[in-house]
Design a protein around this ligand. Structure first.
Ligand code: ADP
Ligand code: MG
Length: 724
């Protein structure tokens, strides 16, 4: 059998595929949150006092009163059963980026052999999955093998449906027996609480008597690729690693800019509508859909929500994208760099902080007082990003995101802040101390503390900045498409907590000197700018000049790979940050370093093994078959007096030899396990294994460019990216 059969079969299968039967679209009110056990559903079925108690728990994030848990559990079970559920699951978010579930039946067998359904307050509030196989970075071995899950009441329970029934899902935190966080949700809740405390304190200093708890918000834009499953299934690399380890870029890529915001292919739009319906049923506010820059790449953005709920919803969104894609005959690739030569995928995390009494605290606002408050919060962010920029780099570090960061398609691995020309100008004036002067074109006069109206969607967007102010929020653009948004949110909340505390301390000290609130605030802001304006940068983040200036003149760190970035988590100042804010203990932080470092090494070693096996068992045989064909025809032709140039054969033979030699080098390199520390092992992966893998690929992709098309076994880029 020739090598191409699978590939041609796949092309036929894709082009001949039958469309899914059309669905009648539902109206929004028929869909919205129907699968969520919302507060209003609880209000309808719970006794008044119970409802009041749970409502206050939801709104303040406090502990659920055990006395009401039983009543809530019974109501939740009845609702779930009415939706066809026989099982419930505690859903939790271990330190990997996945969503984990432990399913249990409502069934309880009675002594007479009959079965009833049962769901007590105790099992609602606490579960005990055998989580011993989840990575814990050594935390649990030193304490207790078991991990516990506990309902996070601020995130509502919901129903997940398959074709064969429904499951009640309960979002939970996952902690060790001694209370250590083993997951991504616990630190997020803690960071929110810490940030709230610091923000409330500052707001009170600003003179507000009535200050509601402050919460962080998040709107995460998700980029993804869709590839027909027939193609994806014929590619071991996509199947196992989520990306192509081989593949020669097609002649057509994204150079014509014809995909971005172009008409969405019909098959894809049908898929998106299905995704959105599922999201609406689960109360996830899908809001924007469009094609992205690369062929086959798309984006989905929800309306923003409270960070904790947004984070759970983001995990659900990734699951829904993957599962729905399968129904539509696609594979949804969330990997940060599935295809070489075209853009990879990110997840822009839009983040702000606000409360019910003062609103969005990163919104400039209309009154001088609002503006002062805004400048202090914004100044706090600037200080935080300057002091802890490397932490922001570390929390988005992964083997797959390394392909994007610093590759001139995503923000660089140097963390700086983009403010926009107007706001940068305001902060520059604050730094100069000339706050009484009025600025450009009469748009603002800091003398009366009136800032210009900032356009909500500033025209001067800077896509090359990793951390950009976008009118009333910051947009963290370095986050990878496959990552949980929780880590970035924890980092942003925590550095803001530290900065707000510092701002409040300084402000108190200035006020104690007898300064007016305005003068005291500007004194603090001036200090922020004197020490931290180096992090503010409005130019081209991709340019060589910036990389040089950032590092040499401004002292910012450039951490190109995960091997460089992750060790930041072990720095004393980072440990101190998490300890003093109460977000992570030293042991919890260290366990996170261990887990992520281990993951990085595992991913690269797994990919390296697959590179070796594909090079030997897929690419080499294709080259060999082609060479045999050439050899036969060259000889045959010679016999009838035609001489053919042997160049082509020699070229392919040469490349194949180079490829196989490099594969041998990679094989011996991967056998090396002699490392003093995991840091050394990570550096080895980044500096030795990765370059060898890239080299094998380079030869293989060159071979693909010469071997007869009908002998090439793997679906090619042009097929995967353009046939839908
Ligand atoms: P763009 O692609 O231009 O950056 P989008 O409209 O695709 O913008 O995404 C912007 C995201 O920012 C949306 O998810 C939106 O809900 C979110 N967002 C808006 N305001 C806030 C806020 N105050 N806090 C957090 N996210 C916000
Ligand atoms: Mg964006």
């Amino acid at each position: 059998m020739s090598g191409n059969e699978l590939r041609f079969q796949a092309i036929c299968q894709v082009t001949d595929r039958e469309k899914l039967p059309p669905k009648t679209p539902s109206r929004l009110e028929e869909l919205w949150a129907v699968d969520v056990f919302t507060l209003s559903k609880m209000q309808a079925c719970l006794p008044k006092e119970v409802y009041k108690s749970i409502k206050s728990t939801v709104q303040t994030g406090g502990k659920l009163d055990v006395a009401v848990a039983g009543t809530v559990a019974a109501a939740m079970k009845d609702w779930a059963i009415s939706k066809g559920a026989l099982y419930y699951a505690h859903v939790f978010y271990p330190m990997t980026n996945i969503t984990a579930e432990k399913h249990d039946g409502f069934i309880s067998v009675q002594s007479d052999g009959s079965a009833i359904t049962e769901f007590t307050g105790k099992v609602l509030v606490q579960g005990e999955p055998d989580g011993s196989s989840f990575p814990n970075g050594g935390i649990r071995s030193t304490f207790e093998a078991r991990g516990y899950t506990a309902w996070d009441v601020t995130s509502p329970a919901y129903i997940m449906e398959t074709d064969n029934g429904a499951t009640l899902c309960i979002p939970t935190v996952f902690i060790s027996w001694t209370g250590e966080a083993l997951d991504k949700k616990t630190p997020l809740l803690r960071s929110n609480a810490a940030m709230s405390k610091a923000a409330v304190r500052l707001l009170k200093l600003l003179g507000y008597a009535d200050v509601a708890p402050v919460n962080s918000s998040c709107g995460a834009e998700q980029e993804y690729f869709l590839v027909d499953a027939h193609f994806a299934h014929s590619r071991p690399d996509i199947l196992l690693t989520g990306r192509t380890l081989f593949g020669r870029p097609a002649a057509k890529g994204q150079q014509f800019d014809d995909h971005y915001f172009g008409a969405i292919p019909e098959r894809v739009q049908v898929f998106m509508q299905d995704v959105e319906e599922r999201m609406y049923r689960l109360g996830i506010p899908a809001k924007t859909r469009h094609n992205e820059v690369a062929p086959g790449q798309f984006e989905l953005a929800p309306f923003f929500e409270a960070a904790n709920v947004a984070s759970d919803h983001q995990q659900m969104t990734m699951t829904i994208l993957k599962n729905t894609a399968k129904k539509h005959g696609f594979i949804c690739l969330l990997h940060e760099k599935p295809f070489a030569g075209i853009n990879g995928s990110g997840k822009h995390v839009n983040w702000s902080v606000g409360n019910a009494t003062q609103g969005n605290l990163l919104d400039p606002g209309d009154t001088p007082h609002d503006n002062l408050q805004f400048l202090l919060f914004c100044g706090a962010v600037i200080r935080g990003v300057h002091m802890y920029g490397p932490l922001l780099r570390a929390v988005v570090a992964s083997a797959s995101n390394d392909h994007r960061l610093g590759a001139n398609e995503a923000p660089p691995a140097i963390i700086s802040v983009y403010l926009g020309t107007q706001l940068e100008d305001v902060f520059e004036q604050i730094k100069q101390g000339d706050v009484k002067s009025s600025a450009h074109a009469g748009v603002m006069s800091l003398g009366v503390l009136t800032l210009p109206e900032f356009p909500k969607d500033p025209g001067d967007r800077n896509r090359t900045s990793p951390f950009a102010f976008t009118g009333n929020r910051f947009e963290f653009r370095a986050v990878g498409s496959n990552q949980s948004v929780s880590g970035p949110l924890v980092a942003m909340n925590t550095i803001l907590t530290d900065s707000l505390t510092w701002v409040a301390d300084e402000l108190e000290a200035e006020l104690a000197k007898g300064l007016s609130l305005e003068d005291a605030s500007f004194a603090v802001l001036k200090e922020v700018m004197a020490d931290h304006s180096d992090v503010v940068f409005g130019g081209n983040g991709y340019s060589e000049a910036w990389h040089k200036m950032a590092v040499e003149e401004r002292g910012l760190l450039n951490l190109p790979t995960t091997a460089d970035a992750l060790p930041i988590l072990k720095e004393k100042y980072i440990e101190a940050l998490f300890e003093k804010t109460g977000v992570l203990s030293a042991a919890e932080l260290e366990s996170r370093f261990d887990v992520y470092a281990e993951q990085y090494v595992q991913v690269i070693e797994m990919e390296a093994k697959l590179v070796i096996s594909m090079a030997k068992t897929v690419i080499y045989p294709a080259a060999f078959r082609y060479l045999s064909e050439l050899a036969t025809s060259i000889t045959n032709l010679k016999q009838i007096g035609i001489t053919l140039e042997q160049e082509s054969a020699e070229k392919v033979a040469g490349l194949t030899k180079l490829m196989i030699d490099t594969v041998s080098k990679l094989e011996s390199a991967i056998a090396n396990h002699d490392f003093a520390t995991i840091e050394d092992h990570m550096q080895y992966c980044a500096k030795t294994l990765r370059p060898l893998m890239d080299q094998v690929r380079e030869y293989a992709d060159a071979i693909e460019g010469d071997v007869a098309d009908d002998l090439w076994p793997l679906p090619k880029y042009q097929e995967m990216l353009f046939i839908k």
